[in-house]
Design a protein around this ligand. Sequence first.
Ligand code: AMP
Ligand code: MG
Length: 521
Amino acid sequence: MDTASCKSRGRRHMPLMTTTPDTTAAQASAEAPRLLPFGNRFAELPPAFYTRLQPTPLPAPYLVGFSDEAAATIALQRPVAGTDDEAFLDVFTGNRIAAGSQPLAAVYSGHQFGVWAGQLGDGRAITLGDVPAADGHGRIELQLKGAGKTPYSRMGDGRAVLRSSIREFLCSEAMAALGIPTTRALAVTGSDQRVMRETAETAAVVTRMAPSFIRFGSFEHWYYSQRFDDLKVLADTVLEQFYPALLRQDNPYKALLTEVTRRTAELMAQWQAVGFMHGVMNTDNMSILGLTLDYGPFGFMEAFDARHICNHTDSQGRYSYQMQPRIGQWNCFALGQAMLPLIGSVEDTEAALAGYEAVFEAKQDALLHAKLGLKTSRPDDDKLIDAMFTILQNSHVDFTLFFRHLGNLQIGNPAGDEPLRDLIIDRPAFDAWAEQYRARLRTEDSDDAQRRLAMHAVNPKYVLRNYLAQVAIERAQQKDFSEVEKLLAILRRPFDEQPEHEKYADLPPGWASHLEVSCSS
Ligand code: AMP
Ligand code: MG
């Protein structure tokens, strides 16, 4: 596993070189495929914002995964073997340029692990352009991750491995199905071309989609280079394209910071509520639209530990589960600093940021009440919730299974608690808590059947456990992509019982405790 820290990627270490030299850049041919009505709004920004370039082709690409749901958002059909599949594979591997597409890599900067890292940029992501959203609301940008070197690659090889590409693909789609704001993933293509990481792996490309991939670090880039005109161009573009209603406010920049702060606070509450850990919450991985962005060493909480660190290169635990809400706020402050010249005063900037805690707490409160099946809010609920987290922590209870089983609790039948009780080491503590919980449910005349339905609609049964991804990855490395497809289908309906897939909801097997995830991808 990678021992280099993520922040030092490509600076002091050189772990990311391909073994096979890349072939020539993709060419826009006369018969450019017309898969989608491509344009590129980002290319209308001043030239300093990006570099136009061609993806670097990969030999003999094959389809590893395809999301029909993501495709539907841009009115695209699954490619049918023998017809348009070759053009699809070529375009979404970066081997051919579709008509209207103007590939480019964007520049940005950022704070990595709390330290100013200077210029970064799309080191291995190439934006192909944007296409109309199927719902008629705006346009969706399509990006190839792993499509070759860019001027921002530093020492990296511009590639992504099959392992990390499958993880990003599955998790983006799983998060969308959980109702959590996220970038989407259309497809993963693979190639046998070798890529060196800790061991030799093979290359893959994820096509990811979002209305925009603009990051907090995009704003920081112009602020720290003191190019306030460009900072204004960026903010005006974001306002016009994604927050047009804010243009009517007295100070649209202050309104923008207020809204991004609000979205970020809500996103953090949503992550916490499903036990999602991002792993690398650097400001260059924070979306200006409040989306979950840049899936790397992420994880879903299994045996609960508030201090859990999913990225094993994060030795200090800066991005541990319990730190995420505070880091989300820290990142908003970094954005606020960068927007200060536009907002005009420290007071207004502070006012825009001030809402973070209240928004986070209100959202967290609402989500936890829903997770517990509580329809009302009472002053003592905090105590009940704190006591529940103490049990989760002390007994390292599986986070997903705990809430799922809790939904089956019957007020008048403590003997029926067994599957839930079985998850817990400290049974007396649980019994005492369950008694308080039952008493609390009685205060609102809670109905078992109704509560069960409501709780199962917010407490997922199926999440992307690390070991499930690992099994799918190992099969895919043997060229069997059926498990990727199957997992995607299961994770698309995370709240449904799916009795035929019961084992995908089980506790992880013993071998899974040795799985480690690093930034090396
Ligand atoms: P991340 O930690 O994945 O968000 O990446 C931080 C920066 O490193 C971003 O600017 C990435 O584009 C860049 N990067 C990561 N991996 C590679 C790679 N294999 N080749 C080139 N650039 C990379
Ligand atoms: Mg990143």
